[in-house]
Design a protein around this ligand. Structure first.
Ligand code: ADP
Length: 717
């Protein structure tokens, strides 16, 4: 599935998304079977025009007579004059096909007067012929030139099961020729039509419902797989990829693929089947007419192909523009405080409007092409119909085709054009789906930092026992590959030590910690835990040993309990969660918490919180409780730079003291109290460690540190 498709194949990416339907084959196949029903009932409903025309326009023939005549013509392979008054002298053969088995014994103009010595009149004879199950029959004919009466043996075309059905149907129909009987016949035909429409509708419901079930389930799988995949993608990817673009792929592109799949298995199967059914009917009426109409097909395909290409190009632009728009909007909503404080609402609105224009243009173009598809095909269809009508009329004038059948053929042609017209947009949809499928699979094909299922899984890293060591670690971010953010960092930290990392902004403190978490890999040098290179072990076993409290203290929109228990496996006892909160000095606050969520009041640990509803200090302590609960041997803590009130500050410090005890801790320090408490303070500048030691020693030996203390920690030394 991950194989790159050859660019020459048709819809290469979209076809790969079809693989997601594999686990949902049952509804898919049942849905496709239902499409056969749709086609059959559609053909029936179109064909019902034939008896309808027959009833309304025939002068002498009843519907039953017509059925008998049609069957007699088939069995004897002859043509009998249509709609004549019932003739007591028997039926007149207008034409005997040369290939007919009766060709030798019957000739054009012959009259069949009796069957087994009975003469029930022309329509009575036809009724007998239609009901015959034998392969041959004794009949009396009158040969035309000499009016010779002769007994002959006629060979018949085989009797089929439907021949019997036809006779039974004919027997049910009113046999009178008066207006009342005709109206009754009409009512029967219309009643049948209603029934057929109902059955066809049920088949269509089953078809669309089952296909939708299969498609929606497959998209659910695709969406879920992609969501997990995105979370597994390396930080390097997340750093470079605008989140709006990713969101856009989830929102609009999945939707386009959905439309594509639904169209492919719904309309693209159903409509040709419908067309095929009606075409078969047209062939039965007169196949020559069909050939005339089919001449328009190649041009139609050409038009559809061209329009599909146009849609594809615009869809690409639209999808990309959507991504940019979502990116813009989500960023502005996240930064709403700044937008408002700087009074940028109107200006941002204008920017949004400008960016939106590309999208609008692309979308309008798609709609226009879509809209043009229909009329273009209709004009073509009209051309084909014109040819068909002229040719058909010629055959009617030459008495080669019955007028009511000619009308029926025109209706059939209409019945073919409806599906064809609906097919017109199929290619447009599929081309749009191809663009979107490509964007989705592009995302899926980005390699994750560690495959979820690996053939050779890495071993687990044993728990930290001795020391963490950075050896000659250098690193540059891929986006600025020529700028070393870390340059030959050597650092050894013993188990249980509390390290304070200090340095000006941008000196590489956060990056150093990102490398320990393996968010990125060093360009040069290695990171070892107890002498083992961390790259040789599973990511999970490494990260499970590290607790992370980021500066912004990420809180997810969920309950307090879920936020604290985030990342802890299994169901946790409330008491354990509460103990962690107590150690983070946040239990009191949680107990007093009361939040209205979705019209419901939530309290305490069940209170529904979000980043916005908490202060910086509260967030930090909650994040700390989360880290405490996991009880990791290593803790990385990025202190909040923002001012927290002194009460919060005191609580954080108390919590920290508790948490860092007997734990290897790296604190990116922004407070004097932290460096004062650390076992070792590491001073970083421009990606290099320029000094390290105890606070007091550094004050003696490192002038850079002294200056840092004065500027950053507002500490007079
Ligand atoms: P500190 O934590 O000491 O403030 P950082 O480790 O965050 O410093 O950043 C070090 C340098 O790396 C800075 O110059 C910063 O601009 C750059 N940097 C940080 N993150 C990225 C990133 N994702 N892509 C490119 N450059 C980055």
């Amino acid at each position: 599935m991950s194989r790159e498709p050859r660019p020459t194949t048709w819809l290469p990416n979209f076809r790969r998304t079809i693989a997601y339907l594999r686990p949902h084959l049952r509804p898919l196949i049942l849905g496709l079977v239902a499409a056969i029903g749709v086609s059959v009932f559609y053909t029936f409903s179109i064909s019902s025009v034939i008896p309808l025309l027959k009833v309304v326009f025939a002068d002498h023939e009843t519907l039953a007579d017509w059925l008998h005549r049609a069957e007699t013509q088939r069995r004897l392979d002859i043509v009998i004059a249509a709609d004549l008054p019932d003739d007591p002298d028997g039926l007149v053969i207008t034409h005997v096909r040369p290939e007919s088995p009766s060709a030798g014994v019957l000739a054009d103009g012959d009259r069949i007067v009796a069957i087994r010595d009975e003469s029930p009149g022309s329509y009575g004879l036809m009724q007998r012929f239609a009901g015959l199950t034998e392969q041959s029959i004794q009949v009396t004919i009158v040969h035309l030139p000499d009016n010779n009466r002769r007994e002959i043996e006629l060979h018949l075309q085989p009797y089929h099961w439907w021949s019997g059905a036809l006779c039974r149907v004919a027997a049910l129909l009113p046999s009178g020729k008066d207006p009342d009987s005709r109206l009754n016949t009409l009512a029967i035909v219309m009643g049948t039509l209603v029934l057929i429409t109902l059955l066809g509708g049920l088949c269509r419901l089953a078809n669309e419902g089952l296909i939708a079930t299969a498609v929606q389930s497959s998209l659910h799988d695709l969406r879920s797989e992609l969501a997990e995949h995105v979370l597994r993608l390396p930080m390097q990817w997340h750093g470079a990829q605008p989140p709006g673009d990713t969101l856009g792929r989830f929102a609009t592109d999945i939707n386009k693929v959905e439309v594509g799949l639904t169209t492919l298995f719904g309309r693209a199967v159903r409509e040709p089947m419908k067309a095929a059914g009606v075409l078969a009917l047209t062939v039965l009426i007169d196949w020559r007419l069909l050939i005339v109409a089919a001449l328009g097909l190649p041009i139609g395909l050409l038009v559809m192909g061209t329009f599909g290409r146009l849609v594809k190009r615009s869809q690409k632009r639209a999808s990309e523009s959507w991504g940019r728009l979502l990116d813009h909007l989500s960023e502005r909503i996240a930064g709403i405080r700044v937008v408002k404080a700087y009074g940028m609402q109107a200006a941002e609105g204008k920017r949004f409007e400008r960016e939106g224009r590309t999208l609008t243009r692309a979308q309008t173009h798609i709609e226009l092409v879509d809209a043009a598809t229909k009329p273009a095909l209709e004009v073509l269809a009209m051309l084909a119909v014109s040819g068909f009508v002229v040719y058909g009329a010629t055959r009617v004038f030459n008495q080669q085709l019955e007028p009511h059948l000619f009308f029926a053929a025109i209706v059939c042609l209409g019945g073919v054009f409806d599906p064809v017209r609906k097919l017109g947009k199929v290619n447009n949809r599929l081309q749009a789906a191809e663009v979107s499928a490509r964007r989705l699979l592009e995302l899926r094909d980005v390699r994750t930092e560690e495959p979820a299922i690996s053939r050779t899984p890495r071993p687990d890293l044993p728990p930290l026992a001795g020391a963490i060591e950075f050896r000659g670690v250098s690193f540059a971010y891929p986006s600025h590959a020529d700028k070393l953010v870390l340059d030959g960092v050597d650092l050894r930290v013993r188990k249980g030590q509390a390290i304070a990392l200090v340095g000006p902004n941008g000196s590489g403190k956060t990056t150093l910690m990102s490398l320990l978490l393996r968010f990125y890999e060093p360009m040069r040098g290695r990171i070892l835990i107890d002498g083992r290179d961390i790259t040789q072990f599973s990511l999970e076993s490494l990260r499970s040993q590290i607790g992370l409290v980021t500066q912004e203290a990420v809180i997810f929109a969920d309950t307090v309990r879920a936020n604290i228990a985030y990342g802890a496996n299994g169901v946790l006892d409330d008491e354990i969660i509460r103990r962690a909160a107590k150690r983070a000095h946040i239990d009191d606050f949680i107990q007093s918490l009361s939040v209205v969520h979705e019209g419901r009041k939530t309290h305490g640990y069940d209170a529904f919180i979000s980043t916005r509803s908490l202060s910086g200090g509260q967030r930090q302590r909650l994040a700390l409780a989360r880290a405490i609960l996991r009880d990791p041997p290593i803790l990385i803590l990025d202190e909040a730079t923002s001012q927290v009130d002194s009460e919060s500050e005191r609580k954080i410090q108390e919590a920290l003291e508790d948490v860092t005890r007997n734990r290897t801790t790296f604190v990116i320090a922004h407070r004097y109290s932290t460096i004062a408490r650390a076992d070792v303070t590491v001073v970083l500048n421009e990606g290099r460690i320029i000094s390290y030691g105890k606070h007091a020693e550094l004050l003696e030996t490192c002038p850079f540190y002294v200056k840092l203390c004065e500027t950053q920690f507002a500490t007079r030394v």
